[in-house]
Design a protein around this ligand. Sequence first.
Ligand code: 0A1
Ligand code: ZN
Length: 854
Amino acid sequence: MNDAAPNAAPQTFYLKDYKPFGYEVESVKLTFQLSPNATKVHSAIRFNPKADAEDNRFFLHGEQLSLISAKIDGTPVTARLVDGGLECDVPRTSFLWEAEVEIDPAANTALEGLYMSNGMYCTQCEAEGFRKITYYPDRPDVMSTFTVRIEGDEPVMLSNGNPTGAGEGWAEWHDPWPKPAYLFALVAGDLVNHPGSFTTKSGKDVELNIWVRPGDEGKCAFGMEALKKSMKWDEDVYGLEYDLDLFNIVAVDDFNMGAMENKGLNIFNSSCVLASPETSTDANFERIEAIIAHEYFHNWTGNRITCRDWFQLCLKEGLTVFRDAQFTADMRSEPVKRIEDVIALRARQFPEDGGPLAHPPRPEEFQEINNFYTATVYEKGAEVIGMLKRLVGDDNYYKALNLYFERHDGQACTIEDWLKVFEDATGRDLSQFKLWYSQAGTPRVKVTEDYADGTYTLTFEQSTPPTPGQPEKAPRVIPMAVGLLSPNGDEVRGTQVLELTEAKQSFTFDGLASKPVPSILREFSAPVILERETTNSERAFLLAHDTDPFNRWEAGNALAKEVRVAMVLDGAAPDAAYLDALEKLVRDDEQDPAFRALVLSPPSQSDIAQTLHERGHTPDPQTIYDAAETFTQTLAQQLETSLPRLYAATTVEGLYVPDADGAGKRALNSRILSLLTRLDGGEQAARQYASADNMTQQYAALAALMKAEKGEAQSKAFFEQWQDDRLVMDKWFALQIACAAPEATAATAKELTQHPLFSMKNPNRFRAVMGALAGNHAGFHHASGAGYQLLAENLIALDSVNPQTTARMCAAFQTWKRYDSKRQAQIQAELERILATSGLSRDTHEMVSRMLSA
Ligand code: 0A1
Ligand code: ZN
């Protein structure tokens, strides 16, 4: 069933139109009678009209519900079914609303509301899924306590809060904390638990469980430890304690996103919680730890203090991403985490900010809120908080956060509330800083320098290119962390945060004996693009000497980019000095292996395309691919004699431990193996594949072999070994496409869509194939247009099954204006084809229209 009229211009919602709901919801009681195709939901909700309500229309959201009956104070009433819900005449005094509806979880492939995954019932209510369960004021500023009774024959039946009773065929739950409906959850099925416990700092014992399908019990231990570490960290760093007697996590295979912070009952995509050394890579382990932390941290930043409306989404998401990044930095390595985050920001957020889908961290309008769970809301939202912390200092940051929790506990808040606690705690005026929340686009900061008579001057000019709906931008507050090095490599000025507030601004440093080398934007102190004329030898100098690890990596990264750009534009040979610098670094055992692995990882081809585009060139994906191949081959040859020794020296022996130290070493070892495989015909990789006892090394060997077109036998063996493990099979699907040559990418992906294990209904599998297609830069953008066509066809097919995942994956086309006119025309035709599909979802309609209208 599709609610929206086919392709009609959908409704747009505006931040400026916010109006509170006219009723308070005192309590909610829900009874579920579970049945795959005909679940009955009975609701009993006490509403109290607000005396001061501006608008007392009684409207309840509801979608895809069959209304069986409605009563007020026990008397049947006739509700008027209207677009998106119902209306009813109600008393002006407190009343009890009761409704019975029927829903069809088994037919719910959109995975929003109550649905079924592998025979198990589960829910996803953020952002607006609760309205598919029953009629309700489904908005985050309506908070209430929930009591839930589940009737059914499932062995395990869970909801939010604490269990209050259970018997044959029923279970009851009560959540004492008022919450918005988007945090409601229910799970029922044949599940087993991996138990744990945690004692809070005030001495309360909390029972912990990770619930999984029978057979997955062995993949829960790491997640459980991550949960306990998160609970402890939030107490130690933010003073925040857990507030229920029970904390449940459930793993489900079919899930649109990573995980969901439902109060006391987090639901996770199984890929974000299940882990074992045999089936998960180091990167998987790190991500699982971070997501468990993220969802747990939402208990305070999201649940206890929630959002007034969905325009404020970054209030909870930006802050929670910032907190999970702090956690990962503390558990692992701070500089490595920062470098990884900046790589991800540039790969995902910068293209969004620079293209047709650009929007501010707090958008002012939307058609479908699910389209705004973006890198801008999440990752840029977190960057904005990082800047705020840097500007006010650590002590003031925690002072402001304490005030936030004290003042707003139990409330649904706005960005204004958030900034006000900082203003009140520090006395600082944040009106200009607030522009970060309302202006889209990545600022460009041009830096020039001057040195005379011992005085060094840095001049910064900031500007932000136009974005959809925002042709002009005002200057923002930009914290610019800067240090100065003397030509002999000593640091002559330690890190200092310069505050840029004007379009053009200069800062001077006195008493310098010689012209220093500046290290600018240390720790990536602001999400901006720095433009500065400099030389490769200065970059090499910073790569060798900067005391800021982030900027040391950044210097190497900039150098790598320059070398690649020169290869692409002028057909230049790989720069010899750069190759030497890399060689020196790989051999330098004093340096952190994780850091060496990062420096050895080349900038992505998409990143090179973006850089060329920013400099006014039209990137050719094939040329970029060829340059990457030549560069890597040349590097392998340069290192030829030392590769076997380096490989041996970096191999981690003994029991696999997924910690930061081991992961860093294995990352470096895998980089070396991929270079070695280019020269030894795959001998070493085949040996590693055969002897690996963990997925990190097995996968690295397979990837190296497949990239060298030497992995056919291993790929078959991998399939045989892992065909019953869904998560490992996702890797197998993705890897074949990621390793395919440009001309073979679309055909490989197409063939995999015919594979018996391919499925449109499982978002992980669909993403494994179509995400890998979009992620293979030269393959996706191959001149034939076959990549574009295949993605569009599959998006059209997926849309009627799962609009949310379709719409998110449409973003693969967002960079289309970077490319030549032929490719633009091909993509435009595909976007138009998607838009013309009859019955297209509101989600996909909005995404494609935005991309086409820019
Ligand atoms: N709040 C979750 C993310 C999430 C958002 C939407 C979902 O379904 C549409 C599911 C999860 C988080 O930040 O982890
Ligand atoms: Zn979140």
